[in-house]
Ligand binder design. Structure first.
Ligand SMILES: *[C@@H]1O[C@H](CO)[C@@H](O)[C@H](O)[C@H]1NC(C)=O
Ligand SMILES: *[C@@H]1O[C@H](CO)[C@@H](O)[C@H](O)[C@H]1NC(C)=O
Ligand SMILES: *[C@@H]1O[C@H](CO)[C@@H](O)[C@H](O)[C@H]1NC(C)=O
Ligand SMILES: *[C@@H]1O[C@H](CO)[C@@H](O)[C@H](O)[C@H]1NC(C)=O
Length: 298
């Protein structure tokens, strides 16, 4: 009996420190509005990562081990912090060997067979004509530790360099400034992701067709009082501002999944909207126009 409890405790403990986790719940669901992660993805190719650096969890990532890019990173925004950039990149040892350290590590410190089988490595990006485009950006990190932790390849995807340094960067910065003004009294939850495209680098890592981001400013009653999103093709044009519901529809189509929900329905305000008939008509024709526009841009 004692032995049984020992084994049980050990497995619970090691489960508790793992960075690649079975479920975000209990490990790192704090990074999602109402502790509910986006839905729509399942299968062995997707791994859930609680992004651990020096035994602190800073955010959560859903990672696609076949495309070797994330689906999304989810995090809390707590105002502008002016963090400095690390500019060295970690990898996730547990993706290639679950018995490895639960912390992100520099690639040179990870000595395992099959390294890179299920994740991108630094050399994939070398001379690839693509930047390592952050999903959770340094600019929206809530501490220096967090800013350091954004420099892991599981939080990055190949991005058009002029987009990364141009329109997308501007969006990250404007969004952070807007949220610091608009959502002071709320808890701000952000999910940022990419859609896999048809090109790849080094025959290993898929280049995203789109980058997207969405925010929810959650009040004390766990409702999103302010929310919105943006999506842009992976080239240097201004990302489009979208209602969250429209972004969800667009993303479901782009990902070829039946539905994609960025924020749980429990975050929706029960207050009925004014003129729901009129609004839905309007937003429908707007949706069509917007969809048309960005499929044309592809
Ligand atoms: C960040 O830097 C900007 C410009 O350098 C400055 O105006 C701002 O007050 C700084 N913010 C914080 C939180 O330190
Ligand atoms: C961030 O990384 C820098 C460079 O390695 C290091 O000097 C600093 O201590 C780190 N900060 C935190 C809070 O981890
Ligand atoms: C920031 O706020 C301005 C003014 O409300 C708005 O026009 C703009 O679209 C917002 N941009 C972002 C990136 O949130
Ligand atoms: C979705 O399906 C379309 C058409 O079958 C395909 O071209 C596209 O690559 C798919 N996208 C993803 C992300 O699987």
């Amino acid at each position: 009996m004692m032995l049984f409890f020992h084994v049980l405790m050990l497995s619970l403990l090691s489960g508790g420190s793992a960075k690649v986790v079975k479920d975000f719940k209990s490990e790192c669901d704090d990074f999602f509005a109402n502790k509910k992660s986006p839905t729509g993805f399942s299968g062995k190719q997707y791994e859930k990562i609680c992004q651990n650096l020096n035994n602190v969890v800073y955010y959560a990532t859903l990672y696609d081990t076949v495309s070797k890019i994330p689906v999304y990173s989810a995090y809390k925004f707590e105002g502008l912090k002016n963090c400095t950039r690390l500019n060295k990149w970690y990898i996730e040892p547990q993706l290639d060997d679950i018995n490895q350290s639960p912390n992100m590590k520099f690639e040179k410190h990870v000595k395992i067979q099959g390294l890179g089988n299920r994740q991108a490595l630094n050399r994939d990006y070398m001379k690839s004509d693509h930047d390592k485009g952050h999903l959770e950006p340094v600019f929206q990190a809530n501490s220096q530790g967090c800013a350091n932790a954004t420099f892991t390849l599981t939080n990055a995807a190949p991005q058009n360099p002029s987009f990364n340094r141009g329109q997308w960067r501007e969006l990250e910065e404007k969004m952070a400034k807007n949220l610091s003004d608009m959502c002071k009294k709320y808890s701000v939850y952000i999910v940022t992701g990419v859609v896999p495209g048809t090109k790849n680098i080094k025959n290993r890592v898929i280049v995203p067709s789109h980058f997207w981001t969405a925010y929810c400013c959650l009040d004390n009653n766990n409702k999103c009082q302010i929310k919105g999103g943006f999506i842009g093709a992976n080239k240097n044009i201004t990302p489009e501002n979208k209602l969250v519901e429209i972004l969800e529809t667009d993303l479901a189509r782009l990902y070829n999944v039946t539905s994609f929900k960025l924020f749980d329905s429990s975050t929706e305000s029960p207050i009925p909207q004014l003129h729901p008939q009129k609004r839905s008509k309007e937003s429908k024709s707007k949706t069509e126009k917007k969809k048309k526009k960005y499929f044309e841009n592809n």
